[in-house]
Design a protein around this ligand. Structure first.
Ligand code: ADE
Length: 417
């Protein structure tokens, strides 16, 4: 056990170990990679600084890194997503963890402690760690060989840094891998809408659900809300995505109009002020508000606080705000990632894909970092395909292959009508 840590209670470790054990049993692709890491030690002498949701699935990834030879310091990428028992189990496994549920005030201090351990690879979810390193821990940068970013919001921030020539390390956009984005974002966040059911046991059938955005996450959410019987309205700023939503069978309209009909509003746009006081005033009595985007800026909680004449804590996950016009609105998880706060994050089967990409990307960085510039790269296609192949194998699903004639045909242009 390490002596470098700050968590809630090491005594919770045995419960955390059981939780991690269950997650690992549902992450067969990552476990295959772990076996190879254990044998070949691709991360020998590498130190990793990670800022991730401290969940049982993250623990499965961290333990894979450890068995691959790395030393690890871990902090949380959200104040409310840390599973304290998992943090304790990781400390027992010699990981320096600085995270506890509800840590708002020392959130950035925990990141500083991770950076103080001079990591060679930064693994981030939202880019707070990478941005902090650039802003105030530049001394830590020369020994960093590269970084990996897990989420759309973080990749957006890092691409802006790259465009402005402010990025001082190579970054690999793990989020943009097909086996991440098309599955974690769509099916993981999509299923995350059931956080509303866990929090309030509300019925979806016959309700109007408004989904802000139509990226991969929102697309999944719209699909699942429809599957539960809701009438779905999509709001967008991108004309192509809006058109896609229309052709997928959803009504599309501006938010100002949509919220008048809404029973439940979901946000996952990566943008701020998606819902502000003008929207709150126009909502129906009883409207439920849930954010599934990375940061708690999509629903303006500040506006809601200022506007409301009364606030009642309904349960662990829900607050009721009463507006001066007498209407009551229900906010989930303080406007933070509702699926992380309420459900404990995406299911292990989904994180199996995302974290397999993370593991193989770390290996790739150790081998290839000298050839990389300080820009944002996509995950190499080969890694993406290999993860899909391995996942299909674990599901015992076979696919077809081209025969020689077909292979020659698809590589030629001569044959036509
Ligand atoms: N992001 C979304 N779900 C997650 C999970 N279960 N663990 C870590 N990061 C996540």
């Amino acid at each position: 056990m390490t002596s470098n840590y700050k968590i809630k209670d090491v005594g919770l470790a045995s419960q955390g170990q059981i939780s991690i054990y269950l997650a690992e049993s549902r992450m067969p692709t990552l476990m295959k990679i772990r076996s190879s890491f254990e044998k070949h030690k691709p991360l020998e002498n590498i130190s990793i600084g990670a800022c991730l949701h401290v969940t049982r699935e993250t623990a499965a990834l961290i333990r894979t890194f450890s068995l691959g030879g790395a030393s690890i310091a871990l902090c949380a990428s959200n104040p409310l997503s840390t599973q304290d028992d998992v943090a304790a189990a990781l400390v027992k496994d010699n990981v320096s963890v600085y995270a506890w549920h509800g840590n708002d005030s020392e959130y950035y201090d925990c990141m500083r402690r991770v950076l103080d351990q001079k990591p060679n690879i930064l693994i981030d979810d939202g880019a707070d760690l990478i941005v902090l390193a650039h802003k105030e821990r530049q001394k830590a940068l020369p020994t960093v060989i590269g970084a990996q970013e897990e989420t759309t919001t973080g990749v957006n921030r890092l691409q802006i840094m790259s465009c402005k020539k402010l990025l001082k390390i190579p970054v690999i956009a793990v989020n943009n891998a097909k086996t991440k984005m098309m599955f974690d974002n769509r099916y993981g966040t999509g299923q995350g809408i059931i956080s509303v059911i866990k929090a309030l046991n509300t019925l979806f059938a016959g309700k109007t659900a408004v989904i802000a955005g139509y990226g991969w996450c929102s697309r999944g959410m719209a699909m699942r809300a429809k599957g539960l019987g809701a009438n779905v309205i999509v709001t967008e700023i991108d004309p192509i995505r809006a058109l896609e939503a229309v052709m997928d069978g959803f009504r599309v309209m501006p938010m100002a109009k949509a919220i008048k009909e809404a029973d439940i509003v979901f946000t996952a746009t990566s943008c701020k002020d998606v819902l502000t006081k003008h929207h709150f005033i126009d909502m129906k009595d009883g409207t439920i508000l849930a954010n599934l985007g990375h940061f708690n800026v999509e629903i303006s909680v500040e506006d809601l606080e200022k506007l409301s004449k009364k606030k009642v804590k309904i349960n662990e996950y829900v607050e009721e705000y009463e507006l001066p016009n007498g209407k009551r609105l229900y906010l989930l998880g303080e406007g933070r990632l509702a699926n992380l706060v309420i459900l404990g994050g995406h299911p292990s089967e989904i994180m199996d894909l995302s974290f397999s990409i993370q593991a193989l990307t770390a290996k790739y960085l150790t081998v290839n970092h000298a050839n990389l510039e300080n820009i944002v790269y996509d995950v190499p296609e080969e890694i993406d395909k290999n993860v899909a192949i391995a996942k299909l194998e674990t599901m015992n699903i076979q696919i077809d292959t081209l025969n020689k004639v077909q292979e020659a045909y698809v590589k030629s242009f001569e044959e036509g009508t």
